[in-house]
Design a protein around this ligand. Structure first.
Ligand code: ADP
Ligand code: ZN
Length: 740
């Protein structure tokens, strides 16, 4: 038994007539007192059903009741659910995360109870077998050829579902139900638990290079020690980081622990899954938003009782009810996708560190371009650095050249420079693959009327509509609003006067087709890769060399390994530098570096061409020189000078509502009550860059706090002092990453 479940049984039981505090997964959710029913015995962590207003809700026993409500008014716990109790470490994690993000505990609990189904006994499926009738009775059932086949299938076989029988007998399920109605079959309910084969931890991985072996050795030793430590595995793309942390995964499994691997976009993790299966002989449990209800239920339950040993998932996997978690790996730890921007706003990377701390086991952050936060933590001695300086097997890092677009003088409807075009030509001629990177979905980011200059904008958001020509529609990338391309300008009525400005990947594909009509290309963006299957399909086609050219958005930047891919062209290297938020340079650098890392991963050397109008920008200079650490050191120095994160702390407040005047009134109230301390600065209110989003008006505050001051306490007091406007929401974003 693991220490967490041991704790549950050692906790004193709450018996009939005593009070318990029950946390409910509702937005206002706090811990409410309930009476334990006669004959009931509850422990902290038990899942219970309780009356709540007119409804019944499922919640978790959080501890003894607070005693703040008169006993006469208390309601009783209706029932205890037949699920493994929530471990103490999970409850602590929920409390911690709620306090840190200034959310209610109920909001956080809701994320940890996303599969309520899993708390009930598993439901059976309906199965059939032959009825135990005497010969006379059977003789009364009218028989046909198909009915005979059904009985043949069932004779001597275990009970089967109607569709299984139908498949085996080559008939429709209706034949089975017909036989059942006629009395020749009986039905029963059968619980079918999916089996989770144990990963094979005995078989060895590849022979590691010296640097790899050293890193793996350190990592494994930390897993054996079994105490909290933050590790940063930093290595150039292709240096074998995955192979190295697989060693730690194997060790944790040998110790009987569960392992969680967080990936930024698990829907695109098919190559990762295949590698895992190759190494460990089984598939890991997956956790992401594309799972069906049944898979969610089964996985949740298997994680809770320890049958699922390794989970690979997106950020929500942090809230799974691990039985005995002993290692977390956060791959591509710098990736912005780890930040959840809706509901409870949190960074899954940072919260994973908290989770490891509470569970007292190691966490390994992995990246070729670590976030500045992690680099600073290494410098401060908080994390241990594991470094892989070179690509595995002597593969060299690609040669990178900047193309100064100011000298190219391209016509307004062309985006490929002559240099890049020639490089593509050479690559195709050599029978190799190329990738063009442009971080813009659709055909064109802006459509305007040539007659009056009117720009087609979203009615619900401060954003232009993006043309998607494949789909024949204009679409808002923020709220999804979409319309067919109108014939007439809504402003001046001019007909067929629209002009598409700028390129998206679709338009780039058009240009490429004009130049290389014979080339087999694939578009890769969130529009074309809508789920794990589509992504796996495309990856398969690239691996089988059925594709010569990939034209993609940042979706293709991540972690893929395509040995034949030797040329990467970045069409607009400056794209991420506009907007100028705190991390623009860091993000652009990380993204370009990752994209560049796709080139030349096999035996053939790779080449990267970056088109830019800003060749002197520090990011471009860092890319061209290949010296990552100078750029990083420079960024860190600048942040330190300005007391920006990770040195000072930031908290953003986003005020939003449907009625603009109410939003402004709320913003004014926040100004009046704003904290006035030494070391705290409040900037704003300012209209958010997305001043209108999904029909809501938005204003932003940014609070900057000197190191050492507690931002949460300051914001909590600030909000308590503030008069609230009806219909206006104030969202708190601690450690904001996005400033939109
Ligand atoms: P990273 O995660 O750092 O990008 P990978 O772990 O994906 O690097 O390694 C890149 C490629 O090199 C993969 O195909 C991997 O299987 C291979 N590789 C890495 N290390 C070794 C090794 N020691 N022996 C054999 N192949 C290796
Ligand atoms: Zn919109």
């Amino acid at each position: 038994m693991n220490s967490d479940s041991l704790q549950n049984t050692l906790d004193p039981a709450f018996t009939g007539g005593s009070r318990v505090g029950v946390l409910l997964p509702v937005p206002l959710g706090k811990v409410y007192d309930y009476l334990v029913g006669q004959g009931q015995s509850l422990h902290a962590g038990d899942f219970v059903r309780v009356p709540f207003g007119p409804r019944k809700l499922v919640g978790v026993v959080w501890g003894a009741g607070a005693g703040d409500v008169a006993e006469a008014k208390l309601k009783s716990v209706s029932a205890k659910l037949p699920a493994p109790p929530m471990a103490e470490v999970t409850r602590k994690f929920i409390d911690w995360l709620a306090a840190y993000t200034l959310s209610t505990q109920g909001q956080v609990l809701k994320m940890a109870m996303s599969v309520e189904d899993a708390l009930e006994d598993p439901r059976g499926v309906k199965v059939f077998q032959i009825a135990d009738l005497d010969a006379d009775h059977h003789a009364n059932v009218k028989m046909t050829k198909t009915r005979e086949r059904v009985l043949d299938v069932l004779r001597g076989s275990p009970p089967m579902t109607a569709s299984e029988i139908a498949l085996a007998a080559g008939c429709s399920p209706a034949v089975v139900t017909g036989l059942y109605k006629a009395g020749a079959l009986v039905e029963a309910s059968q619980v079918r638990e999916r089996t989770w084969a144990a990963p094979d931890v005995a078989s060895a991985g590849p022979v590691l290079s010296d640097a790899q072996a050293r890193a793996a050795h350190d990592l494994v030793a930390r897993v054996q020690a079994g105490a909290f430590v933050g590790l940063l595995l930093d290595g150039v793309p292709g240096s074998g980081k995955t192979e190295v942390y697989f060693e730690a995964v194997a060790e944790a499994l040998r110790e009987g622990k569960q392992v969680l691997v967080l990936l930024p976009e698990i829907a695109l993790g098919s190559q990762w899954l295949a590698r895992f299966e190759k190494r460990f002989g089984v598939k890991p449990a997956e956790w992401h938003s594309d799972l069906g209800q049944r898979e969610r239920r089964e996985t949740w339950r298997a994680v809770a009782d320890g049958r699922a040993r390794v989970v690979v998932g997106a950020r929500s996997a942090l809230f799974l009810p691990f039985h005995d978690l002993g290692l977390i790996v956060v791959d591509e730890e710098h990736d912005p996708a780890f930040k959840q921007e809706e509901g409870v706003i949190y960074s899954a990377r940072d919260m994973a560190v908290v989770r490891a701390h509470l569970g007292n086991f190691p966490i390994c952050l992995v990246s070729a371009t670590p976030s500045l936060e992690s680099v600073v933590n290494v410098e401060a001695g908080k994390y241990q650095l594991l470094h892989l300086p070179e690509r595995h097997g002597g593969a060299v890092l690609p040669e990178l050249d900047l193309i100064d677009m100011r000298l190219e003088k391209l016509p307004a409807t062309r985006w490929l420079s002559g240099t890049l075009e020639q490089a593509l030509r050479d690559t195709f001629a050599a029978g190799e693959q190329a990738m063009l990177f442009l971080n813009r979905r659709g055909y064109a980011p802006l459509t305007l009327c040539r007659t009056c200059g009117h720009r087609l904008a979203c009615p619900n958001c401060s954003a232009w509509l993006v043309e998607h020509r494949v789909r024949g529609r204009l679409q808002c990338h923020h709220c999804g609003h979409n319309i067919p391309l109108p014939d007439k300008c809504p402003n001046c009525n001019a007909e067929y006067s629209f002009h598409a400005c700028g390129p998206g990947v679709e338009r780039l594909a058009e240009e490429v087709m004009g130049i290389f009509p014979e080339v087999r290309f694939a578009l890769a963006s969130s529009d074309t890769l809508s789920g794990p299957r589509a992504a796996a399909d495309l990856i398969g086609r690239i691996e089988r060399h059925e594709v010569d050219l990939i034209i993609g958005t940042q979706i293709v930047a991540k972690g893929y390994h395509f040995p034949l891919l030797t040329l990467v062209g970045v069409v607009d290297g400056d794209l991420g530098l506009a907007g100028g938020d705190l991390r623009a340079a860091e993000r652009t650098y990380q993204l370009l570096y990752q994209v560049a890392g796709r080139a030349g991963r096999g035996d053939k050397p790779g080449r990267v061409l970056v088109q830019t109008y800003l060749p002197d920008h520090p990011v471009m200079q860092a890319m061209a020189s290949g010296v990552r650490d100078t750029f990083v050191a420079e960024e860190i120095r600048a942040r330190q000078e300005l007391a920006m994160p990770p040195f000072g702390r930031l908290v953003a407040l986003i005020v939003s509502g449907k009625i603009e005047s109410a939003v402004d009134a709320q913003a004014s109230a926040l100004v009046r009550s704003s904290p006035r301390y030494e070391g705290v600065r409040v900037l704003g209110p300012a209209p958010a860059p997305l001043a209108l989003l999904r029909g809501r008006h938005r204003r932003r505050f940014l609070m900057k706090v000197k190191p050492g001051l507690p931002p949460q306490a300051i914001v909590r007091e600030w909000l308590e002092r503030t008069q609230k406007e009806k219909g206006v929401r104030i969202q708190v974003d601690v450690d904001p990453q996005s400033f939109l």
